[in-house]
Design a protein around this ligand. Sequence first.
Ligand SMILES: [Zn+2]
Length: 379
Amino acid sequence: MQIYAGLDVVTNKVTPSERRQCRHHFVGSVPPFHEYSVVEFRDAALPLIDRLRDDGKLPIVVGGTNYYIESLLWNILVDCRKEASREEASEQFDWLTRLPDDEIYAKLKEIDPDRAARLHPNDVRRIRRSLEVHAQCGRPHSDILAEQRKEAGGGAQGGGMRFPDATVFWLQCDYSVLDPRLDARVDEMIRGGLRDELHWLHRESANQPLAERTKGIFQAIGYKEFVPYLTCVDDGRESEAMFEACAEKLKSATKSYARKQTTWIRNRFLRRRGQAAPDVFGLDTSNVGEWDRVVLSRAIDVLVAKSSGEDPPVAPLDRLENAPETWTKHVCDICDGRVVHGDHEWTVHLASRGHQRRKRQRAKKAAREFARQQQERDA
Ligand SMILES: [Zn+2]
């Protein structure tokens, strides 16, 4: 979100003094109502990383949007734009953007059943992406993904690693310390002018087409939580209590986002199935007073050791076993072809009372049928 220009409080942007300490790229470089994509990010970031490395500099990628970081570390994205110009592509997608959410899954099932079987029917973002890939590349997304998996170092989640020497630092913090810190950050944002930015954003949203109001900067944590309050401001019905309630919602959304990031790192970095992955070093940020010793020096020691081909002074985090849940589709013959998505959900379904009851009924019916046939034969 820091990539968007303006709205420094909502996006919790690095401060000018922080930016003077070292060169930050891309901060505030995109107009707020442009919907920035992971493909655009990757296409801008990779040449920059190459240039910095050629200059003998160490590129540091900082962020919380882990999907964007993944697009740099692994060849996981599909891009057929080389074959079709942007304009051609946008004409092609016109039908797709007009297709309502409740019809896209059926469409995907029709043109790429393998991909559809792997996606949850409510996963609108991924479904749309797969339809887009099919339209752009003229062949099923599942075929392209299968090719990436066959690349050297490729695995269940995509193609091989781009930078075999990449190192990941995970800033970890105990939730009992992190939660109050996140609450304090929201209070700080409110003191720093969050309200003015939200009012501005809300007024601007009126000038944007309805479909655009959930994209780009409008997805920032902070805006959607305050929409109920901002809507009341429009009719002059707002109150301080309402503002407070939205601030509470923002606090809980921030905490839940932090937990999602943790899950993401576990599943996508530490538990990457059958695919090479960079070492992940945990750095404990619970005690800010110890920052230099526990976080900064340790990270530098690891990097210095790795760049001179020595063993790092601390061990990377252990890889986790167990593949993550995938949205595989199961069809239950016993329950009249009921569709169940996900391996875990399938296990639950098989153990459910309804399924067990139907299974027993079916077994009894089969036994009766068998007995009847026996009698007929004996007669
Ligand atoms: Zn069943």
